[in-house]
Design a protein around this ligand. Sequence first.
Ligand SMILES: *Cc1c(COP(=O)(O)O)cnc(C)c1O
Length: 376
Amino acid sequence: MLTKTKIYLSSPHMGGAEQKFVNEAFDTNWIAPLGPNVDGFEKDIQNYVGKHTHVAVLSSGTAAIHLALQLLNVSKGDEVLCQSFTFSASANPIVYQGAVPVFIDSEPDTWNMSPELLEIAIKDRIEKYKKPKAIIAVHLYGMPYNANAINAIAQKYDIPVVEDSAEALGSHYFGKACGSLSDIGILSFNGNKIITTSGGGALIAHTEALKNKAVFLSTQARDNAPHYEHSAIGYNYRMSNVLAGIGRGQMEVLNERVAARRLNYEFYKKHLSKYPSISFLEEPEGSFSNRWITCVKTESFKLREQIRLELQQDDIESRPLWKPMHMQPIFKDCLHFTDGTSETLFDKGLCLPSGSNLTQEDLFRILDTITKTLNL
Ligand SMILES: *Cc1c(COP(=O)(O)O)cnc(C)c1O
C-alpha cells in the first residue's frame, strides 16, 4: 500500500525568486539587519498596502505589536482593550508593557471584535476612571473586522487602534488593504502565514516620523553620536537583510497565494455546504478575505471532534479555532466583556488544511475523510 504524505494546516510555499534575493545578500555581504533587501521589502509592502503608508520590517509580528504599543505610549497600569478571540501574541505585548488587558468578545458576522461590546466596555472603563489607552482589533483568519464601526467608536472616544493584520495580508475592506485601516497596523511573516520569511513581521505607520521611531526602537535606540549613546530603552527587533530577501520573493507571488487560498475555501464550500451540520464564514459586504485559513462551524463539539480525529487518523492536520484569551489560564482573571460568541466558536469550530500548495488530490483526500464522518 502506498503511504500517504502528511497534509499540514498551512505550510510555507516559496515562489522561486526568494533565493535570488538571498543570494544577492550573500554576494554583497549584506547579512546584517540593514541593506537593500530590507529597503526593497519595505517598499514592496508599502506599494501593496497603500502608497501613503510607511513600513518598518521587524523580527516578528509580536515585536511589531510590542512597538506599536510603545509608540502609543502604553505603559504600566494602563488598560488596553483586546479582541479575545485571537492568538495569544495579540495580547502578550500588553503585559510586556506592564499594562492590563481587557478582553472583548466577537460578533457573529466576522468572528472579530464586536463593536457593540467594545462601546459597552469603553463606557464602563471611563465611568471607573480607567479610560483605555488603546484598542487591539484582529482580522482573524484573514476576515476583515468591522473597521467602519470600530474606527467610529475609537474616534468618538479618542482611543487609538492597533490593527493586528498578522493573518490578513492580501485582504481588503471597502477597497483599502488590511494593515492600513487603523492607526498602526502590523503584519506577520511567520512560517504558517500567507507569505513567510521563516520568521518576521512589519509595522505599518501613517507618518514617516512614526516609522522612524519604530526603526529607532527596533535597533537598540541609538542616539546620533559616534559612540553608543542611549536616552531610551531599545530592542533588537529589526529584520535581517537575508530574511527580507525571502520576503521580496514572496511579495511577487502574494496575489497568487491569495487566489489559491480563496480557491481552497470555494472547494470546501462547494462540497460541504449541502450538509446542514456545517456552516462557513461568509464575507460581509465590502469585505474581501485572503482566506488564510478556511474554517467551518459544526453543529456540535462532538461532531467537530469526530471530524478532527478522523482527519488525524488519515495524517491530515486540522485544529480547533483559537481558544479565546478570556478562557486561557494565564488571562482568566482579566476583566472581559463577552456574550458567548467566541466560546461557541471555540467549541464547534475547526480550521481545515488551507495551504496555497495543496493539490486537487490533497483536497479530495481531505474531503473524503470529512464526508465519511458526516455521512455516518
Ligand atoms: C501570527 C500572529 C501574530 C504574531 O506574529 P509572529 O510573527 O508569529 O510573532 C499575532 N497575531 C496574530 C493574530 C497572529 O496570527
